[in-house]
Design a protein around this ligand. Structure first.
Ligand SMILES: [Zn+2]
Length: 123
C-alpha cells in the first residue's frame, strides 16, 4: 500500500507476464494437439463381442475427452491470436481488462471473473 503510484497496477500485464503467458499457451497448445492425436478414433477389433462393447465404451470416453481437448485448444489458439493482435487480456463480454492474477492461472480465459460468474449462474 505504501508503494508510490507507478505506471502499472495489479491488473496490468508486463511484457514479462505476456512472454510467460505466451509460453504457457504454446505449451498447452502442444499438449492438447498431442492429446488429440492420441485420442484419434481407434479401429476396434471385431473379433470379440465383449471387446467390441468395451471398445465402444472407451470410444465414448475418448470422444468426450477429445471434445473438451478441442475446446481448450480453441480457447488457447484464440488467446494466442489476441496476443498477436495486441488485445489480449480484455473480457469478451464487458471489455474490461481482466485480472492479471486470473490470467496467470488461466491464460486462455475469455471472460473476467464477474462475467464468467454471470455466465455460469445464468446457464
Ligand atoms: Zn467481463
Amino acid at each position: 500500500m505504501n508503494h508510490p503510484a507507478i505506471d502499472h497496477d495489479a491488473t496490468h500485464l508486463t511484457p514479462e507476464d505476456l512472454a510467460a503467458l505466451r509460453e504457457n499457451l504454446n505449451e498447452q497448445r502442444l499438449f492438447r494437439n498431442e492429446q488429440l492425436a492420441q485420442l484419434a478414433p481407434a479401429h476396434p477389433s471385431r473379433a470379440d463381442h465383449f471387446l467390441e462393447r468395451q471398445a465402444a465404451a472407451q470410444l465414448e470416453v475418448r470422444v468426450k475427452l477429445a471434445a473438451s481437448a478441442r475446446m481448450v485448444l480453441a480457447d488457447v489458439e484464440a488467446a494466442l491470436r489476441r496476443m498477436d493482435e495486441g488485445r489480449y487480456g480484455v473480457c469478451h463480454r464487458c471489455r474490461t481488462r481482466m485480472d492479471r492474477e486470473h490470467l496467470l492461472i488461466v491464460p486462455q480465459a475469455r471472460y473476467c471473473t464477474r462475467c464468467r460468474h454471470l455466465r455460469e449462474t445464468s446457464g
